[in-house]
Design a binder for this molecule. Structure first.
Ligand code: NAD
Ligand code: G6P
Ligand code: MN
Length: 441
């Protein structure tokens, strides 16, 4: 089997060790000849990079491994770039969450004003990275899960329409694990129909390979329990705040019991509940800093101190096997069916062609082919049109340096109550994002 060269961009990410362990576990399906980490924060990446050097020597000495901050070294001779960067790191995520909350508005990494702020920071870095990849490895594919994926995907559509970038999210993957557990199946047994935007969608059908429909049975369960399951099958979204999110899906379903909702809809359909249940002094960023980040970096330090990973291993990111499925689909033309964020072009029949939507696609060597999801109801269509317009206005604001358009984007977000509040939040965000955002006029 052909062997591949992969660079992980955002090498210092809390997810990097889990992804590397997952790749090592999948070498029979996706063989590697080279693995590189790339980050623009050398000190942060080095902690994980050195620990993973020990892991790689112990577990896969045949794979050429390195970590670097030099783009030429990182992007030369690579077949795939797995991208999970966070422009501004946790310091800025904290501000994205806390600034809107100060104004009584949802403070979230990817939804509402926080997601907009993060989008304005990420577009420049993402485009620069695509250019670097194309300069040094013109045939390379970027599998991107850097957030906010909806805004990043729209920016790619507008600014780099011909680049080989696939945008994917793991929330539907995690929730499908729960859904399949509820009906006693494996995710690989199921074929779904789904429509929406990233972090903004609905399952309309969950069938097994024989064509039996399970949606009514799942709906009965979710109406009682949300996506909470007895056994923890979605290993990524486990903290107490996530359990609350899985449970809240029950109230999302109540709004339209025909479809199974993406958990992220809670920020748009129940923003008042979200604000009431947020602690403006201690948000999700603080939870992750005290939890996942601390665990991952302290494990890395222990491995380096001991000079071995024996007895102190990184946890495997089993949830991330979808990245291998996606890479394999392109590498081996597997025609895997996966949810991706793609240009609509008729996949949702009564929605704009140029909207970046999340729908099932068949993925092969030439990339994704979106599957037709038919017409969608007025309620979902209107919500989606509002939200996709927010995302488009952000990208336009970024390109044109337009204060006006960014103010409109914030005003239009369903999470924000008025143009006045939007302006107050925007002015605070501009202050906090100096040096990250383009100048706005
Ligand atoms: P993190 O801050 O721990 O890691 C991000 C890393 O990216 C940092 O080491 C940072 O230095 C680096 N970085 C920032 N800008 C860079 C640039 N221009 N070039 C190279 N490296 C750069 O964050 P995390 O919590 O581990 O998350 C990483 C990313 O993955 C985030 O964007 C997060 O939202 C995203 N994510 C997405 C999904 C999804 O479903 N799409 C799932 C999980 C995480
Ligand atoms: C889900 C979403 C991601 C998001 C992540 C945040 O997986 O799909 O887009 O980045 O949750 O998780 P965290 O644990 O960092 O809050
Ligand atoms: Mn996501």
């Amino acid at each position: 089997m052909k062997k591949f060269s992969v660079v992980i961009a955002g090498g210092g990410s809390t997810y990097t060790p889990g992804i590397v362990m997952m790749l090592l576990d999948n070498l029979d399906r996706f063989p590697l000849r080279k693995l590189k980490l790339y980050d623009n924060d050398g000190a942060r990446q080095a902690v994980l990079g050195e620990a993973l050097d020990i892991v790689m020597k112990e577990k896969a000495p045949d794979i050429e491994y390195s970590f670097t901050t030099d783009p030429e070294e990182a992007f030369t001779d690579v077949d795939f770039c797995f991208a999970h960067i966070r422009t501004g790191k946790y310091e800025m995520r904290e501000k994205d969450e806390k600034i809107p909350l100060k104004h009584g508005v949802v403070g979230q990494e990817t939804c509402g004003p926080g997601g907009i702020a993060y989008g304005m920071r990420s577009i420049g870095d993402m485009v620069e990275m695509i250019d670097l990849m194309e300069k040094y490895s013109p045939d390379c594919w970027m599998l991107n899960y850097s957030n906010p994926a909806a805004i990043v995907a729209e920016a790619c559509r507008v600014l780099r329409p011909n680049s080989k970038v696939l945008n994917i999210c793991d929330m539907p993957v995690g929730t499908l694990r729960r859904i399949s557990y509820i009906i006693g199946k494996e995710p690989s047994d199921l074929e779904v129909r789904y429509f929406g935007l990233n972090h903004f969608g609905w399952w309309t059908s969950i069938k097994d390979k024989e064509g039996n429909e399970y949606l009514p049975q799942i709906r009965d369960y979710v109406a009682e329990n949300g996506y909470l399951t007895q056994k923890e099958v979605d290993t990524q979204h486990t903290d107490a705040s996530w359990q609350d999110t899985h449970k809240k899906a029950k109230d999302l379903l109540a709004v339209d019991p025909r479809f199974l909702p993406n958990t992220y809809l809670k920020y748009y359909l129940y923003p008042d509940y979200v604000v009431e249940h947020s602690n403006p002094e201690f948000t999700r960023a603080n939870e992750v800093i005290a939890g996942r980040e601390k665990t991952v970096f302290s494990t890395a330090r222990t491995i380096v101190e001991r000079g071995t990973a024996e007895g102190c291993e990184f946890e495997m990111g089993a949830h991330a096997t979808f990245v291998v499925d996606l890479a394999r689909a392109i590498a081996f033309n597997t025609h895997e069916r996966m949810l991706l964020i793609v240009e609509n072009n008729g996949a949702i029949a009564n929605f704009d062609d140029d909207a970046m939507v999340e729908v099932p696609c068949i993925v092969g060597s030439n990339g994704p082919e979106p599957l037709s999801q038919g017409k969608i109801p007025a309620f979902q269509r209107a919500l989606m049109y509002q939200q996709v317009t927010v995302e488009k206005l952000v990208v336009e604001a970024y390109i044109e340096g337009s204060y006006q358009k960014l103010w409109q984007a914030l005003t239009l977000s369903k999470t924000v109550p008025s143009a006045q509040v939007a302006k107050e939040i925007l002015d605070d965000l501009i202050e906090a994002n100096r040096g990250y955002w383009p100048e706005l006029n």
